[in-house]
Design a protein around this ligand. Sequence first.
Ligand SMILES: Cc1cc2nc3c(=O)[nH]c(=O)nc-3n(C[C@H](O)[C@H](O)[C@H](O)COP(=O)(O)OP(=O)(O)OC[C@H]3O[C@@H](n4cnc5c(N)ncnc54)[C@H](O)[C@@H]3O)c2cc1C
Length: 378
Amino acid sequence: MSLKQLTVVGGGLVGAAIAYGAARRGVSVRVLDQGDTAFRASRGNFGLVWLSSKGGGMPEYARWTRNAVQQWEGFHQDLLKLTGVNSGLVQKGGFWLGFSDGEVQKRADLLAKIDREAGGVPFQMMDNAELRQYLPDIGPKVVGGSWGAHDGTANPLMLLRALHAGLKMAGADLVTGVDVTQIDHDAANGRFTARSRDGQSWTSNRIVIAAGLGNVDLVDQVGILAPMVKTRGQVLITERLRPFMDYPTNKARQTSEGTVQIGSTSEDVGFDDGTTVDKIGGLARRAVETFPALANVRMVRAWGALRPLSPDGYPIYQESTSCPGAFVVICHSGVTLSAIHANVLGPWMGGLTDAPAEVAKFESKRFLDKNARFTSDH
Ligand SMILES: Cc1cc2nc3c(=O)[nH]c(=O)nc-3n(C[C@H](O)[C@H](O)[C@H](O)COP(=O)(O)OP(=O)(O)OC[C@H]3O[C@@H](n4cnc5c(N)ncnc54)[C@H](O)[C@@H]3O)c2cc1C
């Protein structure tokens, strides 16, 4: 058995990807997951694997995301080969669509700034006629848009299933239905003990707290500063339609099953993960303005889910200084970043590599200034 023992609290897309990356490289891994009672963004998201516009206020994040999307194909193939589960990656580019010249210009300026500062984040602006060559069904209200060659989609539920299957195949222990409430640190022996509400306990020499919104109750116990905010995203699904949308867009995407996924909102509503008629109506109207043919289709499902975020929207990847061997991860874009979480964070948090140079920018000390004001950019 490996001398490195890693416990990961949280089996969502973030915890499972890190755990998978560590287990695949020989670390002895255990994942503890609360299950159905938890808020789980990984089961309610939009499924984009998306680079365009990421990192407008932090070029390091644009580079991190660029590296992540470049690693996705290999990561997807590795999971598929190991487990037979297809995470549904389609990475042939994607579009952002705008309704006004001002909006389109703002987008062009943002993408140019990101490409200039981060490098290697190419894009192309198009008018309605050019867009129609790729998306023939867009309506006249779409005045223009941007194209990102690295953008794509995955099936987030299949990705999660693939990661859980991959964890088992790689010898990891996946314990579900446990609510971790306490983490004890034995500094003399460099051991952590995670304890659950029902009295069970698990010991290891490294621990990752990747419990999404559940992080808030755990990070203080290992001396890590990790402030969090949350936004609700509402999503709407149509009945299955003939394939008509060859590329994903920021407003809607067609899944391989034929449904069109429309979304998503970003609302500050506390822990309410419900749906509201006004927001769902707004999403539907915007989708019909984008693709007029959607006016005649039936909507079959809507849901709300909460995004776990840091206050500035960029990730927090942090090792504790008072309890070395304990880490926290908070991030938006758990689908987009899953390959790099597995390939880079997994080996680091599993004790196989030193802290990767790129993660220095994502330490939580940027939130130490009590007077600083942040807006979450995801
Ligand atoms: C509407 C919406 C659209 C989105 N669209 C995209 C997108 O297109 N692309 C993209 O990349 N990202 C997207 N995201 C973000 C993405 O879903 C999240 O970044 C990702 O799911 C976060 O994963 P997580 O594992 O950190 O959290 P979660 O999925 O919330 O998982 C946390 C896990 O921790 C467990 N847990 C919690 N507390 C405890 C505890 N005390 N003990 C044990 N286990 C615990 C829970 O059971 C859960 O399984 C979207 C999110 C939303 C809401």
